[in-house]
Design a protein around this ligand. Structure first.
Ligand code: NAD
Length: 403
């Protein structure tokens, strides 16, 4: 047995993972707990404007003791009202373009549709404000470059709000890898299934608004895989270097709604094999058709493997060679300030995303899921889609990391 975890008894292993705490969240969280910036005596308030009253209304800005929401915006009045009541805010703006002119704001949360992310984030950062944005970071490799350039020229902070990063199994895996309790992840399998099949109410609500197609209509499936890729990029710290992807899709005769779509996208599913910069392999599945649901991963070492719960009934488990299974996850919610200890969707990840962005600004440091991590999560899907369009050709994934 080569992995440290496989050498620990069950009791020692449970003690080791029970001691897992702020380490799973980063050094800034430990500093805040020790009374540094962002600690209980820090009464500063970050002033954040929130744009996008769908998913953007599902975060805990109003519960963070170091944050206030003075302004919100959505093009839709009903969603703007929803943002105001959620975040206790009385200053609505008609659009992001107007909100970003409000000089009282330190930061803006961008929760508009994916094709608008880079344009909106660049606009935010060009006013000198920090920016947190929903996934994916970008929809083309050129946009990845534009995003990084805007962050760098303005010297502001950028974070991508990837929920997989703060699911408890991902936090535990990140800590175990850092502490040498897992060893090298030689192979991983990740998947994101969210069915919206022909004729379903789910497709109707995601694909159309007032009878018009939304940005989600026929959106290329591999352009939305950060929920998967972050289970590697955000857990082992690896970068993806190459991908081969097979796409599948219904014909226009089988699914006439897909005709002449805005992305010219023929696929509803993609299955990809990716290589990492440490020579390991990951398989990433994404589908809006399969009869399956959820965002999950399983990670394999030489004598240890970890499995997230699945739609099919697989429970959370860590299997170790010659040792009993580990089936309990640590609880992390006690690490956020007391008012933020709420059930928050996507495996309770929202409250950690909220706190990490605010803590990073208070501590004047890069957040988790910074612009380079965000692009490392996003670009593999953009290249995977190109590969699928070329029948599965193995394509290199460019690095956007600073030299
Ligand atoms: N688990 C996750 O991480 C997760 C889950 C759901 C959604 N998302 C992401 O969150 C984002 C929002 O998702 P959604 O489902 O709410 O999408 P949506 O399309 O329903 O909502 C986007 C909102 O942005 C508003 N908007 C667009 N341009 C604007 C502008 N210039 N000024 C003001 N408002 C503007 C629209 O009116 C709309 O209400 C998407 O990018 C999506 O990919 C992520």
């Amino acid at each position: 047995m080569t992995d440290a975890a496989a050498r620990l008894t069950r009791r020692e292993f449970i003690e080791a993972i029970s001691a897992v705490g702020v380490g799973a969240l980063g050094i800034g969280w430990a500093q805040a707990q020790d009374g540094g910036a962002g600690g209980p005596d820090d009464d500063r308030k970050i002033r954040i404007g929130v744009v996008g009253g769908g998913f953007g209304a599902a975060f805990q800005w109003h519960l963070d003791p170091n944050c206030v929401v003075p302004a919100v915006s959505d093009l839709r009045r009903d969603r703007c009202d929803h943002l105001m009541s959620t975040y206790g805010c009385d200053r609505p703006y008609d659009s992001l373009e107007e909100l970003i002119l409000d000089d009282s704001l330190d930061a803006v949360a961008v929760f508009t549709g994916a094709p608008d992310h880079v344009r909106h984030c660049v606009q935010v950062m060009d006013t000198g404000k920090h920016c947190i944005c929903a996934v994916p970071a970008a929809i083309s490799l050129e946009e990845c470059e534009e995003l990084i350039a805007a962050k760098e020229r303005n010297g502001v902070r950028y974070m991508m709000a990837e929920t997989s990063h703060y699911r408890a199994p991902a936090m535990l895996m990140r800590q175990m890898i850092q502490d040498g309790l897992f060893g090298e992840v030689l192979y991983s399998e990740t998947e994101y299934y969210h069915p919206a099949k022909k004729g379903s109410a789910e497709r109707q609500s995601l694909w159309y608004f007032n009878g018009e197609p939304t940005w989600r209509h026929c959106y290329p499936p591999m352009h939305y895989i950060t929920h998967c890729t972050d289970f590697v990029v955000g857990v082992t710290g690896e970068r993806f270097t190459a991908v081969s992807c097979m796409g599948r899709g219904a014909t226009v005769e089988e699914d006439p709604e897909t005709a002449d779509n805005q992305y010219d996208n023929p696929f509803d599913s993609g299955i990809s094999i990716m290589r990492t910069d440490r020579g390991n392999i990951s398989r990433c599945n994404r589908s809006r058709i399969y009869y399956a649901h959820g965002e999950r991963a399983q990670w394999f070492g030489e004598s240890i493997a970890a499995f997230m719960p699945s739609y099919a009934g697989q429970p959370f488990v860590i299997k170790r060679e010659g040792e009993p299974d580990i089936t309990t996850l640590p609880s992390y919610l006690n690490l956020v300030p007391e008012p933020m200890r709420v059930s928050s969707g996507h495996g309770d990840s929202h409250t950690f995303i909220t706190r990490e962005f605010i803590l990073a600004l208070l501590q004047d440091r890069e957040p988790a899921l910074n612009v380079y991590d965000a692009v490392a999560d996003t670009a593999p899907g953009i290249v995977a889609h190109q590969s699928a369009l070329k029948g599965g050709e193995l394509l290199p994934i460019p690095s956007f990391d600073p030299a």
